[in-house]
Design a protein around this ligand. Structure first.
Ligand SMILES: *Cc1c(COP(=O)(O)O)cnc(C)c1O
Length: 392
């Protein structure tokens, strides 16, 4: 079985997790350099980073605009920071938030907008710049969890705004096992973030071996031959953390969301910063193979090939995702469902979102998007594309 995701980690990363000597500050320095920014500040999760960023900016009882088509934890972090999420539908035919609709939703309550380069597709920075020029009081934040340094016509998205948020768990483009990061060029904000962190975040203390073992297990278990066995014995349990990470009725956050990363995470993170350009290069190459091979079989469902995209996911739009997932699984390929829930429709958000929307484009994406494994070799990619082409 070919798993839908696999971290770009190997034996040396696992060794680094056990015995690497890097401190979190060294990881922050490497990450800031990779993103071309003055400051990087590390947190336990991307969502923790987002909450602390909102706190450092001093927002309370305000509106924060975010894409309806995004990871549910972004909305959770807004609510848990004491603010109100305002969901914005996706642009027609695309994946990112519709910035015309976002601009129309701005009121005097609006504090910020979380621009998101979903699946690695860069936000239209020209359109965002026009929005920002007309509403200079609205703070622009970038959610770069899918787009570590995606570029809009040559400009890295993370630098367009006050700060950018990153998630670093093993399902992301690059990983430090656990962790999140904020980057900014604003020195005053960076100091505030460090102060907020010092007040609220606890030390790493005593979890190193557990986290190193976790990375070792994830690295080994997601090798295809082993994955088949693991999948059989665990019935998906290993990936639950990433597949079933939310409860429709709850606005919650993991119990350890204030427990800082330590040397295990930092040592893996420093290595991944060095590996990152190669990781994206490989994913672009595999996405190109999928796109070329599916051209004759299924041209209409293919994702756009956008210059500067980071390919966190290769997303295909199909009429019956569950059927494709089942049929591909029967042929040894795990296809992912990504954001198959509509956040504004969840019981936890229905009331808040009742006066917002409509969310037609988002619901269309929720009901049609699947993602193909991008970590695979060229040979495996050809097999995956041929198999899916035949099914479709
Ligand atoms: C993963 C993710 C986050 C948050 O990262 P965590 O570390 O899981 O809290 C934020 N936004 C998007 C789009 C993500 O995919």
């Amino acid at each position: 079985m070919i798993p839908r995701l696999r971290p770009a980690t190997g034996l040396f990363d696992v060794i680094a997790a056990f015995v690497g000597r890097y401190h979190v500050v060294e990881f922050e320095r490497s990450f800031a350099k990779l993103m071309g920014q003055a400051h990087a500040i590390a947190f336990p999760y991307g969502r923790t980073a987002q909450m602390m960023l909102i706190e450092a900016l001093g927002f309370k009882d305000r509106d924060i605009l975010l894409p309806a088509y995004s990871c549910v934890v972004v909305a959770h972090a807004i609510v848990l920071s004491g603010n109100r999420p305002v969901f914005i539908d996706s642009e027609p035919g695309g994946f990112n938030m519709d910035l015309d609709k976002a601009e129309a939703a701005i009121t005097e309550r609006t504090a910020a907008i979380i621009a998101t380069s979903i699946h690695g597709y860069p936000v239209d920075l020209d359109r965002l710049e026009r929005l920002s020029a007309a509403h200079s009081e609205v703070v622009i934040l970038q959610d770069c969890a899918h787009s570590f340094s995606a570029e809009w016509q040559g400009s890295p998205v993370q630098r367009a705004g006050r700060a950018a948020i990153f998630g670093l768990n093993i399902s992301k483009l690059m990983t430090s096992i656990f962790g999140g990061m904020i980057t900014t060029d604003d020195t005053e904000l960076a100091e505030k973030l460090r102060a907020v962190r010092a007040r609220q975040i606890k030390g790493a203390g005593g979890r190193r071996i557990g986290r190193a073992l976790y990375l070792g297990a994830a690295t080994v278990a997601l090798v295809p031959s082993i994955f088949s066995f693991v999948r059989y014995i665990s019935r998906f349990g290993l990936l639950d953390r990433f597949v079933r990470y939310y409860d429709e009725t709850l606005i919650d956050i993991p119990a350890d969301y204030l427990d800082q990363i330590g040397r295990a995470e930092a040592s893996v993170g420093v290595r991944q910063c060095a590996a990152y350009p190669g990781i994206v290069e490989h994913r672009r190459h595999i996405a190109g193979i999928y796109n070329t091979m599916l051209e004759s079989r299924y041209p209409e469902g293919r994702p756009p090939m956008v210059e500067g995209a980071t390919w966190s996911h290769y997303v295909l739009r199909v009429p019956d995702p569950e059927k494709l997932v089942r049929e591909a699984a029967a042929r040894g390929i795990e296809i992912g469902r990504i954001i198959d829930y509509c956040v504004p429709d969840m019981p936890a958000y229905r009331e808040i979102a009742a006066s917002q929307g409509p969310f037609d484009e988002t619901r269309r994406l929720n009901a049609s998007v699947v993602n193909l494994p991008l970590w695979v070799s060229e040979r495996t990619a050809r097999r995956v594309a041929a198999t899916l082409g035949a099914i479709l």
